[in-house]
Design a protein around this ligand. Structure first.
Ligand code: GLA
Ligand code: ZN
Length: 674
């Protein structure tokens, strides 16, 4: 349990009483109680209020808010406010503002604008976190610490340049090793002194906002370094809080597949993962599901917090569609179905001015409870209040894992060639979606995860093979596992240096193939995957696009061949028996029909089954606790759907009804069956 002071699914969200006065505060509490809200996230952006000048700290207002809410039974998720520094600080200490990608020194403005290597930022952020912790260490209202807010963004200032060189010295020890790792003899880039190295931005090696670079090595290391720098800031605050409180958990809110930070590394420093979920109206349900699974995977399956979602609409998208009736509830339960133990909103009350005034909130500008949004929020609050603690800390158990790795993503994104259309997250999602459509649970895992608990491991576009990973995969397959990887895998090591001797480099032995060339075509240009063996489920012809590895078997069985072009007849899908298991290679990006058949085939072979046969758009997951299974059924469709629940009767925690056999689930509705 995240904190047993409140043994239920926490319900509430970001609350900014500092933007309002006492008349509104009382009304807020009345409305929170009406909506079943029991947690308020306070102090997210109040640094300027907490510290009006260098010497003064003013936290009385916060005492008042925390106490006022607590008296009414509303707990606090306490933020540290360091996501935006005060204006006076930027004026007095210019080192705190960032230098942007184009080398421009930023002035005061915006948020998430502090340089992570600014001595001023580090000093004052740490100090504020410490002051807050000292003051609220024993406060009964405080459930969890929320450090800063949505860390992100890179800086290219002189302090960062200096720290980057230290970071490099630490990683490589010698300049010779750096030159080697970055292959600097290319274009005569050899460095003879550490301070010849400058941050890679549009003034040096990169262009188009960092989508392109001349030197993948330095660009990759700069991403690692900036991710680590922000992580250092988080750790400084975390440790300052830890000095005063040993048992209140500490988190910071993450952002799913956010590209800039290596969250697997971050999660190791967090007590509980929390994240902010903002799908668009047309985001595929399986994309949201995959993101929840990734957030759960960051800490090997530990339940996570849904820290933010909008009750209705965003303000920062191009088209800020409203969540249709029932959708907020459905998506809230989708989070729980994938491992969330909290449902929190951004925001409880809509602000009156500035950029987020048109962002949805529990209390809208109308200011009362007679709104659709409030009614839906209150209805969900009532439901969550009736669920006891039975779901808390329950786990999702998957036999299938999909590997996702941020450093691999950086390397793919930075690669010059073979195709601008290659999008790592999309390729990962294609495979995820094929399992999702069949209601086969999947864990999204990092490269450090233990593989022995899985029957099937899929690593789409495993371009970068880190030290020891090939061996780990070999052991997994030798022991009976099924491994699947794709085109553009095994090419490089951690420094983006190609493993010579033929692709897929270190994975060659395991896969029993080698790739001689890689063709890239416009995504509209297709080839085909031809499976001529009539005896298999895969028999037939499918399409594929994007990249096309021209491979040769070195012991793998050829399951399918290309149907067109000068490489017609060459293998496109292979399967290699390795020890007791099988290693598959899919040399191009297949269509959905292929992936559906393929996933069915390998799942059947490994005895992995669907947890519920349902119509498309009806999602199912299971959370398990104390030997009991809770089957979540979520109907994302606009129409009712029929299901067969089988003979054993199950109790629906939401309606209290006992169900079995054929049942129907209304549009956008949810069942949680025990
Ligand atoms: C993020 C931030 C919040 C708010 C919301 C708006 O998630 O953390 O402060 O800006 O976006 O969607
Ligand atoms: Zn900087």
């Amino acid at each position: 349990m995240i904190n047993d002071k409140l043994p239920k699914i926490w319900y509430g969200g970001d609350y900014n009483p500092e933007q309002w006065g006492p008349d509104i505060w009382d009304e807020d509490v009345r409305l929170f109680k009406l909506a079943g809200i029991d947690v308020a996230t306070l102090n997210v952006f109040s640094w300027a209020k907490n510290q009006p000048d260098e010497e003064t700290y003013n936290l009385d207002w916060l005492d008042e808010q925390i106490n006022r809410l607590y008296e009414k039974g509303i707990y606090t998720c306490l933020a540290t406010s360091t996501g935006a520094h005060p204006a006076w600080m930027a004026k007095k200490y210019p080192d705190i503002t960032r230098v942007d990608f184009d080398g421009r020194k930023r002035l005061f403005g915006g948020r998430h604008n502090s340089c992570p290597n600014s001595p001023t930022y580090r000093k004052y952020a740490e100090k504020l976190a410490g002051k807050l912790a000292e003051r609220y260490q024993n406060h009964p209202a405080v459930l969890i610490w929320h450090v800063s807010n949505e860390y992100g963004g890179y800086c290219y200032c002189d302090n960062c340049a200096k720290e980057f060189r230290n970071w490099l010295q630490n990683r490589y020890q010698t300049l010779e090793a750096v030159n080697e790792a970055w292959n600097t003899s290319f274009w005569g880039h050899t460095f003879y002194e550490w301070d010849e190295i400058v941050p890679p931005n549009s003034l040096s090696e990169e262009w188009e906002g960092g989508r392109n670079t001349n030197f993948q090595g330095i660009s990759l290391d700069y991403r690692r370094f900036q991710s680590d720098s922000l992580l250092e800031c988080y750790k400084l605050e975390r440790d300052a809080i830890r000095k005063f409180t040993s048992d209140t958990p500490i988190t910071t809110n993450l952002m799913g597949f956010f590209p800039q930070l290596d969250y697997f590394k971050w999660a190791k420093e967090m007590d509980v993962v929390s994240w902010d979920n903002y799908p668009r109206i047309d985001t595929p349900f399986s994309m949201t599901a995959m993101t929840h699974d990734l957030m759960r995977g960051l800490k090997s399956g530990q339940p996570f917090m849904l820290m933010e979602q909008t009750p209705s609409q965003q303000n920062w998208q191009a088209y800020n569609s409203l969540k249709r009736p029932g959708v907020m509830r459905l998506w809230s339960y989708q989070a729980v179905a994938h491992g969330a133990d909290t449902i929190l909103f951004f925001q409880l009350r809509r602000s009156r001015g500035a950029t987020e005034k048109y962002h949805g909130a529990v209390i809208e500008h109308a200011g009362h409870e007679n709104t659709r949004v409030f009614r839906e929020v209150a209805e969900l609050g009532r439901e969550l209040g009736q669920l006891s603690d039975q779901l808390l800390d329950s786990r999702v158990q998957a036999k299938v894992a999909i590997v996702y790795d941020w450093e691999n993503r950086w390397a793919i994104d930075l690669s010059s060639g073979p195709s601008v259309a290659l999008n790592y997250v999309n390729e990962v999602h294609k495979y995820y979606d094929a399992f999702y459509q069949q209601n086969i649970p999947v864990d999204m895992i990092g490269v450090d995860e233990d593989l022995s608990k899985y029957q099937i491991v899929v690593a789409p576009v495993l371009y970068m093979v880190k030290q020891g990973y090939a061996k780990k995969l070999e052991d997994f397959v030798a022991g009976g596992g099924t491994f699947v990887t794709t085109f553009f895998s095994g090419l490089v090591n951690e420094n983006d240096l190609v493993t010579l001797g033929g692709y897929p480099g270190e994975l060659r032995q395991l896969l029993g193939i080698w790739a001689e060339e890689i063709d890239a075509l416009h995504p509209d240009q297709k080839n085909s995957i031809v499976v001529s063996d009539e005896s298999t489920r895969l028999a037939g012809e499918y399409t594929c696009n994007l990249l096309f590895d021209l491979i040769h078997s070195e012991g793998a069985e050829v399951i399918a061949t290309y149907g067109h072009d000068f490489y017609k007849g060459m293998p496109v899908v292979t399967r290699h028996t390795f020890g007791k298991g099988k290693a598959w290679y899919i040399a191009s990006s297949p269509d959905q029909a292929f992936l559906t058949d393929f996933v069915t085939e390998i799942s059947e072979q490994q005895g992995v089954s669907s947890i519920l046969h349902s119509d498309p758009g009806v999602e199912a997951t299971i959370r398990t606790k104390d030997g009991k299974d809770y089957l979540f059924v979520l109907n994302h469709n606009d129409k009712e759907s029929d299901l067969d629940l089988g003979e054993t009767s199950k109790k629906d925690l939401l309606s209290g009804k006992t169900l079995s056999g054929k049942v129907s689930i209304p549009a956008k509705d949810v069942l949680i069956l025990e």
